[in-house]
Design a protein around this ligand. Structure first.
Ligand SMILES: [Fe+2]
Length: 523
């Protein structure tokens, strides 16, 4: 039985294909459109899912979409009435919901069938899809499950217990309260307006001091039972609504914060203005307050479940700094976060929600590596290499045995070169995990600046992440757990920080990927 999971009309459009409950392929639309976080209907990835699966659209028996326009209708209506929501805001939201309703037309086109031939369609609410993406592919038979994000289908935080092939919701926090919105609002205030810029603020935070913690705590009140509330006067989404565009390109979002926030934190930085220590301090303070809030949610979840295992998802589960501190700040002992924990992962979750929770099939699949995408052979590579016609471009090629290739690559890296390393299937999720990676020597102090300015064309402060053999992890990091998906930041051992300057962040931490013989032998 084939199940197609899709994330449509939301940021990070994506599609996955399951065959009898086994993941066959998982893809993010941005890779093919070449627009980060591409939002809309994921035609490109659906087409490739069918191609790689070697099937036609008629072979798909179920389609699961990670949106449910009917979900939380009573909460939505009550909120709109209670808050006298602006008509334009309601119209804006209704337009997006209407798109989800009309999904049959583009879906039929993508599958190459008529609308009357479409397979059964499951509308899986956004947060249950996040939860399913975290638990159903985890190695745990039972676990506490948590999703934290901006919003999806009116919910921003959900906690649950997963047992076997079922997940039972325990608690939800709904619009307008959201830790994702808290993080994004202050990120915008610090002068990073683009979708996904929260990563930059997280990378900037270690440069600063937590001087604004008291001020930022005023934005959110923690309530018993893992609840929390944002403070209305600092946020625009409540009363005015926020301009959002979720279709056919990079998602955009207007300012989430009010002038009141400028009075509290000082003037907002305009994107492109120099970064001052005040901005670094704001970033550090935001990260600190976010962590307090996240651990508040997680500790309440632990009290409800008393389960030592935790599966995390949602955009906020991409906060690798907070993730690395979970075991020190909660009673949870084992943490599983699949690589596409943000919204692209809801396609995976929707598909498994259909297979496990709805069709009640037993679990049998564990995501133990992140390589679920497209692959290209030498002939494909040659077409691309030969197709470049700028005069500066030269290349030579030679096919080496694996042993020679590994020796030559190690030698190039040790000699201070930057190596593009490409093999096998593309990574699922935001991290390069050794199949599409830029590699350099972690021991060289000049590497970070060299790569940031000459190769990735990005801010100098942004850190690089180490890949490390699983068996060497404890030799270089303190209190780390193996993580093939690079989702957790840990302190580099003090005596090793000088040894690994290119991957040791300014606060002495590193976001490691553990590599094992099982997960990626050639890497
Ligand atoms: Fe989400």
């Amino acid at each position: 039985m084939y199940i197609l999971g899709i994330n449509a009309y939301h940021a990070d459009g994506s599609a996955v294909l399951l065959r009898d409950g086994e993941l066959v392929v998982a893809l993010e639309e941005e890779r093919f459109r070449r627009i980060k976080h591409w939002a809309g209907f994921p035609t490109e990835t659906i087409t490739r899912c069918l191609e790689i699966g070697g099937i036609s659209g008629r072979d798909v028996e179920h389609v699961a979409i990670s949106r449910d326009p009917r979900a939380n209708l009573i909460r939505k209506a009550a909120f709109a009435v209670r808050n006298k929501m602006k008509i334009s805001n309601i119209v804006n939201r209704t337009r997006n919901l209407k798109k989800v309703h009309e999904v049959r037309t583009p879906l039929a086109a993508a599958l190459g069938v008529t609308e009357s031939e479409l397979p059964r369609i499951h509308f899986v609410e956004h947060h249950p899809a996040h939860l399913a993406s975290a638990f159903f592919v985890s190695p745990f038979e039972d676990a506490a499950v948590c999703a934290i994000d901006g919003f999806g289908d009116f919910i921003s935080t959900s906690t649950a217990i997963g047992r076997g092939n079922q997940i039972r919701m325990l608690h939800k926090v709904s619009y307008p309260h959201s830790l994702g919105v808290l993080y994004t609002a202050v990120t915008q205030h610090i002068g990073f307006p683009n979708y996904g810029d929260e990563f930059k603020v997280m990378g900037l935070a270690p440069y600063g001091a937590p001087e604004f913690v008291d001020e930022i705590r005023k934005l959110v009140t923690l309530k018993p039972g893992g609840d929390f509330e944002l403070t209305r006067k600092y946020f625009r989404h409540w009363d005015e609504g926020v301009e959002m565009e979720w279709e056919g390109g990079s998602p955009t979002m207007g300012p989430l914060y009010t002038a009141e926030l400028n009075r509290l934190l000082g003037p907002a930085r305009v994107s492109g203005e120099p970064l001052e220590s005040r901005h670094e301090n704001l970033a550090r303070s935001l990260q600190a307050v976010y962590e307090e809030c996240a651990f508040h949610v997680l500790n309440a979840l632990w009290s409800r479940t008393k389960n030592p295992r935790l599966c995390l998802a949602g955009g906020c589960a991409m906060n690798s700094v907070a993730n690395g501190k979970v075991r020190d700040n909660t009673p949870f002992q084992d943490v599983y976060i699949q690589p596409a924990a943000a919204d692209s992962g809801t396609a995976l979750g929707a598909a498994y929600q259909a297979w496990n929770q709805i069709l009640k099939k037993p679990r049998g699949f564990v995501m133990s590596h992140g390589y679920w995408g497209t692959t290209y052979d030498d002939a494909d590579a040659r077409v691309v290499l030969d197709g470049r016609n700028d005069s500066e471009w030269r290349y030579t090629s030679e096919r080496l045995s694996d042993d020679s290739l590994f020796d030559a690559t190690a030698r190039l890296i040790a000699d201070g070169n930057v190596v593009g390393w490409y093999q096998g299937k593309m990574e699922w999720g935001a991290r390069a995990l050794g199949n599409r990676s830029i590699l350099a020597d972690a021991r060289r102090g000049d590497m970070r600046e060299l790569i940031n300015t000459k190769i990735k064309f990005r801010e100098k402060f942004r850190p690089f992440a180490p890949s490390i053999l699983e068996e060497a992890m404890d030799e270089y990091f303190v209190g780390a757990a193996p993580d093939p998906f690079m989702q957790q930041v840990y302190p580099v051992r003090e005596e090793k920080r000088g040894v690994l300057p290119a991957i040791t962040h300014v606060d002495g931490s590193g976001r490691l990927q553990t590599v094992s013989r099982e997960s990626n032998p050639r890497y």
